[in-house]
Design a binder for this molecule. Sequence first.
Ligand SMILES: *Cc1c(COP(=O)(O)O)cnc(C)c1O
Length: 365
Amino acid sequence: MIREPVYVTRSFAPPEEDFQKYVHHIFESSQFTNNGPLLQELNEELRAFLGVRYLQFVTNGTLAIQLALRELGITEGEVITTPFTYVATTSAILWEHCEPVYVDIDPQTLCMDPNLIEAAITPQTKAILPVHVFGIPCDVDAIADIGRRYGIPVIYDAAHAFGCVYRGKSLLDYGDVSTCSFHATKLFHTIEGGCIICQDEAVSSKIHLAKQFGHSYDDHFQLGINAKASEFQAAMGLCNLPYVPRIIADRKRSVELYDAELSGRLKRPEIPAGTEYNYAYYPVIFPSEEALLRANDALEAENIHFRRYFYPSLNTLPYLSRKPHCPISEDLSRRIACLPLYYGMRSEDIRRIAALICAEVERNI
Ligand SMILES: *Cc1c(COP(=O)(O)O)cnc(C)c1O
């Protein structure tokens, strides 16, 4: 029997007719971009869905972080961040001429360890930029407390957190600013896209201007860049948003099946109490890097592809000027992989993957 390959993720596709209806409107109006009606509608729907006050849609999640840093006035100095995340968290800091200062992670949640933050603060510290990695909430109280005591803003890279609710409100509603990504591989997507959620109206207005070259008609208010999204991206978002509860429910089904089939053979990160999780990823922690590589070989032989999220630990990137040691992140990043997880994943594939992994793990006890 020839089986289709299984990849770590697969973009959600709405019914094609839904998208075509929007395309028809776009062609009729011939407004393709520049804060068009669909983008305004999506912006408002996202704001309502998340229950947040100020939300600025932008064209991707990387520019979201860069604009957040800029419009909080952070154009130099040190930004405290986590080594265990996608490279965009660090590259956004570097691109804005700031220096990432890495604080190691908590081995249970895989998020920045708040107990190590204060030791990393210097007179040059301009912001704390943690990540709710895999949608797992950071210790938001401890981090908010440190930010307040030192007068340092907290920016969350919440790229994985769309749909997570923590203690009764969206996880994107924590921090001075939160950013999200709506890239095609994310749980909710707009092909390419992202947003910035602010608590402060003034910051939100500055971002609104900055994302469209800093001007309105002939009035030039500030330096800007182009971070606008098109009507086609907005159309995809409007098609996908109503499916979010169904997407999360379906992922939950897959995660529960993985949990049952793996029956505790591999360690999993801990999700803090009070979280309504979005099931965005299924990270597993192998006992050793060798075990991970062997499991990878066994799956590859069956045309199943997991991914090492996130490897290498970012504090070891070759282009950094300072490479502090982060022992927990360096160790875990060698042993963590995300198993395939996407909307509509077949139970049969989950059972097959789990069986292959169990066989590998057992063989090596
Ligand atoms: C995807 C991602 C980003 C970047 O988002 P893009 O929309 O692809 O630019 C940033 N941070 C994290 C943690 C991500 O996973």
